[in-house]
Ligand binder design. Structure first.
Ligand code: NOJ
Length: 565
């Protein structure tokens, strides 16, 4: 029975975006072609051969649109223009063209919960909050001489900012005050957004990653909610994220834009409980896939808001990964990732024994995540095993949320040292340090004499040292991609059912399709499992110990095998 429905599933649900391997580019830090210390679109073009060699098939490019760059491009001042430091629209067209000829699709970042405060709509709105552009944003009167309510923005402080030269009037921002929220309640605004999205889709891009989309609906009463910090505020998440009524907006968004094209959509949809995944990625869902942050945030109390540490265990991590896979499999398709531009490096996060924070640990993690059911997303530098940095002073950080977290930790009673430690371990800057290409100055990221953000401490982890080395993390990633995309095992690795295998201790084990098994020991002592080995497809150690049908995995050993008879 099982194999018949499995086969039917394969026939009915074969879709191009399920067969992609996506590489995420943070353009500011990828490659600087014009020596100004900032990465750019020409820089991406120059590195396409590298990406092709790695074998990835899609690129998700973080925002390259016009922006004052308060949040590194997630504050857009013109949706259909390119930020000067990244290049021109002509450069972008060239990138799209070149990618097409290499059969690489481009996924752009769609940021429509908010704009920049420099967007012309917002400038108009400030001039005349009662006018048509005023209703594109959210303006409210203060209460009793104070801001309209007690909601805290994601980057700290009130969500309300006073409107200059207006008594008792405020505008709303979920994130930074330079990122005023758009008023999705207004149908004219929504129409403008759809027009812009379709303009990009007509240009021939592959699709969108959709930023912070669960924030577009707020409770319209705008009442106070329960205080949850010593700042006397209450997270905007309680009444301003994934709220009832969002279904109307997202259904319409999909109908008016994405559905008309054969594009891919990946929602950044934090705060959606598993019970609601069907709405988001089910048969008639708003998006093709979403990211699940439940295990990415295992090391901290709250991924985007609180960097205080947890004492997580491998057992918990395993349970979270398996639960996530179970839901994705039942309902639709997942976007699997280890890292992104909002996360620290996975090697530092998940490999707790420092001895293995090297190619062994990086490959074990790669093996664990890459073969999960869903489309794998690789973040720049992850394929090299890039690590976190350690900064000595809060002034060395660029990221607005890291600075806020530091200040809030101190307000909550932590020492400067503790606060700095939280930020060092979790800061978004960890994933944003310039990509390391070679052994020259600034690791070859730029040929100029400056960089916008300091590099990591381990400069020997770079492309030139790894690209031809058969034992490198790069080569391991290349092999993983080759196995998934272009081997006798592709069908099972892409479309095969996911099934967890019971295992004790720090061992994480799962099966794909009928015959492929992934085993990863995420601990520093050996782990055993009774299983017959057929073929060894991947191994991050040189050997594999087998004793009377028992596989003995070394610390942080990760393997992909077929089951033996
Ligand atoms: C999520 C993005 O990934 C993050 O980098 C950004 O700061 C916020 N959304 C606001 O756009």
């Amino acid at each position: 029975m099982k194999s018949i429905s499995y086969r039917r599933d394969k026939v009915l649900k074969k879709l191009w975006w399920k067969e992609e391997v996506v590489y995420q580019i943070y353009p500011k830090s990828f490659y600087d072609s014009n020596k100004d210390g900032i990465g750019d679109i020409q820089g991406i073009i120059e590195k396409l051969d590298y990406l092709k060699k790695l074998g990835v098939t899609s690129l998700w490019i973080c925002p390259i649109f016009k922006s004052p760059m308060i949040d590194n491009g997630y504050d857009i001042s013109d949706y259909i223009d390119v930020q000067d430091e990244f290049g021109t629209m002509k450069d972008l067209d060239t990138l799209i063209e070149k990618c097409k000829s290499l059969e690489i699709k481009i996924i752009l970042d769609l940021v429509v919960n908010h704009t920049s405060h420099e967007h012309h709509w917002f400038k108009e709105a400030l001039k005349n909050p009662e006018g048509p552009c005023g209703d594109f944003y959210i303006f409210k009167n203060g209460k009793n001489g104070k801001v309209p309510n007690n909601w805290r923005s994601i980057f700290g402080g009130s969500v309300w900012e006073p409107v200059p030269n207006r008594e008792n009037l405020y505008y709303f921002h979920t994130f930074h005050k330079g990122q005023p929220d758009l008023n999705w309640e207004n149908p004219n605004l929504r129409r403008e957004i759809y027009k812009m999205i379709n303009w990009w889709l007509e240009k021939g891009i592959g699709g969108f990653r959709i930023d912070s989309i669960t924030f577009v609906k707020k409770d319209q009463d705008y009442l106070d909610s329960e205080i949850d910090g010593k700042d006397g505020l209450s997270s905007v998440k309680h009444k301003g994220r994934n709220r009832p009524g969002i279904e109307k907006f997202l259904y319409e968004l999909n109908r008016e834009t994405f559905e008309k094209y054969r594009c891919v959509t990946v929602g950044e949809a934090p705060g959606v409980p598993y019970e609601q995944y069907n709405q988001y990625i089910g048969k008639n869902g708003y998006f093709n896939m979403i990211f699940d942050f439940k295990y990415a945030d295992i090391d901290v109390e709250n991924g985007s808001e609180w960097f205080r540490r947890t004492n997580w265990t491998t057992k918990e991590l395993k349970e979270k990964i398996f639960k996530s896979q179970e839901v994705f499999q039942k309902i639709g398709w997942g976007a699997n990732f280890l890292e992104n531009h909002d996360q620290p490096r996975s090697l530092t996060k998940y490999i707790r024994d420092k001895k293995y924070r090297n190619h062994i640990g990086a490959k074990a993690l790669g093996c664990l995540f890459f073969f999960l059911r869903g489309t794998p997303f690789i973040y720049q530098g992850q394929e090299l095993g890039m690590e976190n940095f350690t900064r000595e002073n809060i002034n060395e950080f660029d990221d607005v949320s890291s600075i806020d977290n530091y200040n809030r930790s101190i307000l909550e009673g932590y020492s400067e040292k503790e606060a700095l430690n939280f930020v060092n371990l979790r800061s978004r800057d960890n994933g944003r340090t310039p990509m390391q290409w070679d052994n020259s100055s600034f690791s070859g990221f730029t040929k100029g004499d400056k960089v916008w953000l300091g590099l990591t401490n381990s400069l020997n982890i770079n492309v030139v040292n790894q690209i031809e080395d058969i034992n490198s993390v790069f080569t391991f990633y290349k092999k993983m991609i080759e196995l998934r995309q272009n081997s006798n095992y592709s069908e099972d690795l892409i479309y095969g059912d996911f099934e967890q295998i019971h295992s004790d201790g720090d061992l994480i084990a799962y099966k794909r399709g009928e015959n492929i098994v992934c085993l990863v020991n995420l601990g520093d002592s050996t782990q055993n499992i009774k299983l017959k080995v057929g073929e060894i497809l991947l191994n991050n150690y040189k050997t594999l110990k087998i004793k009377e049908n028992n596989i003995i995995l070394e610390p942080y050993q990760g393997i992909l095998i077929t089951k033996g008879e």
